[in-house]
Design a protein. Structure first.
Length: 145
């Protein structure tokens, strides 16, 4: 049985989605990621998804801009073209999107609002669980149970 994004979100141990605005300092965004133990934040302009900012954005773009994290805003380094998915999307399709786009996070959007954030780890965990269930069913079938 294929799992949807909604199924994966329900199975997550934490569901908080942390966000910042484009005007948030990069220093404050990185500090929030460190405090929460997360690798990305959604960037909201009001209630609209404006982008996503990740540790990768920080590492790759700060050196290029040759400015300090305190002097830059999230809007200066965020990824504005965000690939999103809907709750009804198939989890395997999400993995394909992440692999082909070299993405580590996918915001989940419903009716124009961010309702969740999937990480590559969330999807790998789900796929491993699916494979373990399949193996268990095949073993039971072979044993005639």
């Amino acid at each position: 049985m294929k799992k949807t994004v909604a199924d994966v979100l329900k199975g997550k141990s934490y569901t908080d989605v942390y966000s910042v605005t484009p005007s948030t300092s990069v220093f404050d965004a990185v500090k929030l990621m460190a405090e929460k133990g997360i690798g990305a934040l959604v960037v909201l302009d009001g209630r609209r998804l404006a982008g996503i900012v990740s540790e990768r954005d920080y590492v790759r773009k700060i050196a290029v801009l040759e400015r300090s994290a305190a002097a830059l805003t999230v809007g200066d380094i965020m990824t504005a073209k965000v690939v999103t998915v809907e709750p009804k999307e198939d989890s395997r399709r999400c993995m394909e999107l992440m692999t082909s786009g070299r993405l580590r996070h996918l915001p989940v959007v419903e009716d124009g609002q961010v309702i969740g954030l999937l990480s590559i780890g969330d999807l790998v965990k789900e796929i491993i669980s699916e494979q373990e269930n399949l193996i268990q069913h095949l073993e039971q079938y072979i044993r005639g149970e």
